[in-house]
Design a protein around this ligand. Structure first.
Ligand SMILES: *[C@@H]1O[C@H](CO)[C@@H](O)[C@H](O)[C@H]1NC(C)=O
Ligand SMILES: *[C@@H]1O[C@H](CO)[C@@H](O)[C@H](O)[C@H]1NC(C)=O
Ligand SMILES: *[C@@H]1O[C@H](CO)[C@@H](O)[C@H](O)[C@H]1NC(C)=O
Ligand SMILES: *[C@@H]1O[C@H](CO)[C@@H](O)[C@H](O)[C@H]1NC(C)=O
Ligand SMILES: *[C@@H]1O[C@H](CO)[C@@H](O)[C@H](O)[C@H]1NC(C)=O
Ligand SMILES: *[C@@H]1O[C@H](CO)[C@@H](O)[C@H](O)[C@H]1NC(C)=O
Ligand SMILES: *[C@@H]1O[C@H](CO)[C@@H](O)[C@H](O)[C@H]1NC(C)=O
Length: 622
C-alpha cells in the first residue's frame, strides 16, 4: 500500500477509535496489502475491530477481534492462539499463493488460515457480525467464502455463529476456553455439538463430559427450561444431512450479547452489555446448580434440587447403594425394584414422566416421521430400548426418539408447572409396576387434593383470624398462648398443639447451638439435639437464613407441617421466630433416623402447596 493510502487508513481508523462512527473504509485488506502493529480493521458499521493486542498481563502479541465500540477491549476471537508473537513484527497478509497468513519477523508463519481453495483475487474483510472472511473480491455469497473465522471459534459464541458440524467437509466448530486471562491458548473446557442420532450440546472438560443441555426438541433444549423466554436472543438448532449446529440471534441489534466459556470458573457465561453502566453483566451462567453436574446421580438417578439427598431415583427404581446420604455413592445410581423380563411383552409397559431433562443421548435413535404410537411399538419390540419420546414437541409432538441401555444424567428441570421445552419421556417398566404405580399415583393425587382443599379452608380461616388480630396486637403473643389446631386430616381426629419457643429457651437447651449438640445437616439447615429445663429431649432444626422464606410463609408452613404429621413421623412440638431465626422443634427420638428429623421431603412438598395457597390467601383482610 502506498503512503497516502496508509495515512488515510491510519487516519480513518483512529478517527473511528475516537468517535466510534461507522465508516465504509478500512474493513478489509486486498492482495499485496497487509495489516501490521498499530493498525486495525474496523467492520463497516463499526461494531468490531481486528488488530494486535496483548492479553491480561502478558507481553505476547496476538491477532484478534474485539468489540470496537465497547471500552476495555473484549476480545472475541484470536488467530494465533497457539503461537504468540514476541515482538511487534506481526503482519497479516494474503501471500502470493492466495493464503491468509500471519507472519512474524517477516518470514516466520505464526498462523495461517486453513483455506483449501486457491484464491485469484482475494480480499480479507471483517464483517459487522465479527466474522473475518477471506473471499474472492467479487464473491459476496457467504456459502462461498474461502475461509471464515466463524468456522474456527475461540472462547466466544457470537450471534449468527454456528456451533456444530459441517458434515460435508467434516468440519467441527467448537468453542474452547482460554487457558487463563493472560493466555488465549485452548484450555480444558470446550463446548460443541455431540453428533449422536439425537444430537445435543455438551461442554467437555478434556475428553470427559461436563455438562449437557439435553437434546433439542424443536422448542428448546430439554434441560434448559426457559431458553427462548427472554427479550435478548433466540436459539435455534438445525439438523439436516449437510449440517448439525446450534445458533443464536439477537432480537434487537442494539442489545449486545455473547456467550463465553470460562476455564477458571468451569462454566459458560452469557453476558449482556449494559450501556448505562458501561459494563458486561452476566445474564445466565451454567452449571447453574449441582444437578447440572454430568451424571451426578448415576443410572436412573434423578437429581432434584430441594430434596435430601438430592440424588433420588426415577420412580420404579431404588438406590443401588443403601448409603443414600453419602455423595460418593450417588454415582452408583439406581436399579429396578422389579426385574424386567424381555420376552413376555404383555408384562412390559411404559411409565410417562414429565418435567425431566432427557437422558444422555449417546445411545439413541431418531426417526422424525414416526408418531408416538409407532415409537412405542418399536421400542417395545427391542429389548435394549429403555425409553422413548417424541423427538420434536412442536405442535403437539412428532417424531420418535429411543434410548438404549441405562438412562443417565436425568434431572428434575422444574418441580412445579410447565415450561416451554418440557418433553415427556416414557420409560420401560414391568406392566405390574406400572399399574400399581399409576393407581397409587391417582390415590395419592386424590389424597393430595383432599388435603390441599381441607388445608386451604382451615389455614385460610386460621390465617384470616390471626392476620386480622395481628393488625392490632402482637401476633407472636397470641401464638405464644399456643395455637390449637383440629387435626382432622386423613380421618384422624385429635387435637394438635404447636408451641412457641423463645430463642433463649432453645439456646439454653442446645448449649448455645454448640457443635457438640449438632446432630446433622439437611438441605434447609442444621439440626441440633437439645434438653429442655424439664429434662425433655428435643431436636432443633435451625433453618438457614438463606432459605428465603418470609415470616408469613414460615408460619403457614408450621401449621401445615403440624397438620400433616403422621403418627410414624417425628412429632413437631413447636417453632420459634425471632429476628432472622426460624426454627422448628421436634420430639427427639434416640433411635430415630436422622433423615426423619431433617424432614426435608415433607417440607419440600409442603412448600409446593404453600406456594399454591398464597394466591388465595392474599385476599384476606384486604
Ligand atoms: C522471538 O521469537 C523468535 C522466533 O519466533 C526468536 O527467534 C526470538 O529469539 C524471540 N525473541 C525473544 C526476545 O524471545
Ligand atoms: C502462503 O501461505 C501458505 C500457508 O502458510 C503456504 O503453504 C504457502 O507456501 C505460502 N505461499 C508462498 C508463496 O509463500
Ligand atoms: C521482508 O521480506 C521481503 C522479501 O520477502 C523483503 O523484500 C523485505 O525487505 C523484508 N522486510 C523486512 C523489514 O525485513
Ligand atoms: C486445517 O485443515 C486440515 C484438513 O482440512 C485439518 O486436518 C486441520 O486440522 C485444519 N487445521 C486447523 C487449524 O483447523
Ligand atoms: C480464578 O477465580 C478465582 C475466584 O473465582 C480468582 O480468585 C482467581 O484470581 C481467578 N484466576 C484467574 C487466573 O483468573
Ligand atoms: C422412519 O419412519 C418412517 C415411517 O414409519 C419410515 O417410512 C422410514 O423408513 C423410517 N426411516 C428410517 C431411517 O428408519
Ligand atoms: C435394538 O436396537 C439396537 C440399537 O439400535 C440394535 O442394534 C438392535 O439390532 C435392535 N434389536 C432389534 C431386535 O431390533
Amino acid at each position: 500500500m502506498d503512503i497516502f493510502a496508509f495515512v488515510l487508513l491510519l487516519l480513518s481508523s483512529s478517527l473511528l477509535l475516537f468517535f466510534f462512527v461507522p465508516s465504509d473504509a478500512a474493513d478489509g485488506i486486498a492482495k499485496s496489502e497487509s495489516l501490521t502493529e498499530g493498525m486495525t480493521l474496523v467492520s463497516r458499521d463499526g461494531s468490531f475491530a481486528l488488530g494486535f493486542f496483548s492479553p491480561g498481563n502478558s507481553d505476547n502479541r496476538y491477532l484478534g477481534i474485539w468489540y470496537n465500540n465497547i471500552p476495555g477491549r473484549t476480545v472475541v476471537w484470536v488467530a494465533n492462539r497457539l503461537n504468540p508473537i514476541n515482538d511487534s513484527s506481526g503482519m497479516l497478509m494474503v501471500n502470493s499463493s492466495g493464503s491468509l497468513v500471519l507472519l512474524s519477523q517477516n518470514t516466520t508463519v505464526a498462523w495461517s488460515a486453513n483455506s483449501t481453495k486457491k484464491a485469484w483475487n482475494p480480499i480479507v474483510q471483517l464483517l459487522d457480525s465479527g466474522n473475518l472472511v477471506l473471499r474472492e473480491e467479487k464473491e459476496e455469497n457467504p456459502e462461498k467464502y474461502l475461509w471464515q473465522s466463524f468456522d474456527y471459534p475461540s472462547d466466544t459464541w457470537l450471534p449468527g455463529m454456528k456451533l456444530g458440524w459441517d458434515l460435508k467437509i467434516g468440519l467441527e466448530r467448537r468453542l474452547s476456553a482460554w487457558k487463563s486471562p493472560d493466555d488465549p491458548s485452548p484450555g480444558e473446557l470446550s463446548w460443541g455439538v455431540e453428533l449422536h442420532n439425537y444430537p445435543e450440546l455438551v461442554i467437555k472438560k478434556g475428553t470427559k463430559k461436563f455438562l449437557r443441555t439435553g437434546p433439542w426438541n424443536g422448542l428448546g433444549f430439554s434441560g434448559v427450561p426457559n431458553l427462548n423466554d427472554n427479550p435478548v436472543y433466540t436459539y435455534d438448532f438445525v439438523i439436516n444431512s449437510d449440517e448439525v449446529y446450534s445458533i443464536f440471534h439477537l432480537i434487537k441489534k442494539s442489545v449486545i450479547s455473547r456467550a463465553v466459556l470460562n476455564e477458571n470458573t468451569s462454566s459458560y457465561e452469557r453476558y449482556i452489555w449494559v450501556e448505562a453502566d458501561k459494563k458486561w453483566t452476566t445474564y445466565i451462567s451454567s452449571p447453574k446448580d449441582i444437578c447440572d453436574t454430568y451424571n451426578l446421580c448415576g443410572p436412573y438417578g434423578n437429581c432434584i434440587i430441594g430434596e435430601s439427598p438430592i440424588c433420588q431415583c426415577v420412580e420404579g427404581f431404588k438406590h443401588k447403594s443403601p448409603d443414600t446420604w453419602n455423595p460418593d455413592e450417588w454415582s452408583k445410581g439406581c436399579v429396578r425394584i422389579t426385574q424386567l423380563s424381555c420376552e413376555d411383552k404383555d408384562k412390559i409397559g411404559f411409565a410417562k414422566f414429565v418435567g425431566l431433562k432427557m437422558p444422555d443421548t449417546t445411545y439413541s435413535w431418531v426417526n422424525g416421521s414416526m408418531n408416538l404410537n409407532e415409537c412405542r411399538v418399536k421400542c417395545l419390540n427391542n429389548c435394549s430400548c429403555t425409553a422413548y419420546a417424541n423427538s420434536d414437541i412442536k405442535n403437539g409432538g412428532s417424531g420418535c426418539a429411543m434410548w438404549f441401555g441405562d438412562l443417565i444424567d436425568i434431572r428434575q428441570v422444574a418441580a412445579n408447572g410447565q415450561y416451554p421445552s418440557m418433553q415427556d419421556i416414557y420409560i420401560r417398566m414391568p406392566a405390574s409396576e406400572q399399574v400399581n404405580h399409576k393407581e397409587e399415583k391417582d390415590k395419592q393425587k386424590m389424597k393430595l387434593i383432599v388435603i390441599v382443599v381441607v388445608s386451604i379452608a382451615v389455614v385460610f380461616g386460621v390465617l384470616l383470624i390471626l392476620y386480622c388480630i395481628s393488625k392490632r396486637s402482637n401476633f407472636r403473643e397470641k401464638l405464644e398462648n399456643n395455637v390449637m389446631i383440629d387435626q382432622n386430616v386423613e380421618g384422624q381426629s385429635e387435637d394438635m398443639e404447636v408451641t412457641f419457643f423463645t430463642l433463649a429457651t432453645l439456646a439454653t437447651a442446645t448449649d448455645n447451638f454448640s457443635s457438640n449438640s449438632k446432630l446433622g445437616e439437611g438441605g434447609f439447615g442444621l439440626v441440633y439435639k437439645g434438653t429442655l429445663v424439664d429434662g425433655k429431649e428435643i431436636a432443633v432444626k435451625r433453618l438457614s437464613r438463606s432459605s428465603g422464606q418470609g415470616l408469613k410463609e414460615f408460619k403457614n408452613e408450621v401449621i401445615l407441617i403440624a397438620k400433616l404429621q403422621h403418627r410414624n413421623l417425628v412429632r413437631l412440638l413447636g417453632y420459634c421466630i425471632e429476628g432472622d431465626e426460624k426454627i422448628l422443634i421436634y420430639e427427639y427420638m434416640p433411635n430415630g433416623s436422622l433423615d426423619s428429623f431433617i424432614f426435608d421431603q415433607t417440607r419440600a412438598k409442603v412448600l409446593g402447596w404453600s406456594m399454591r395457597r398464597r394466591a388465595g390467601a392474599a385476599v384476606a383482610c384486604a
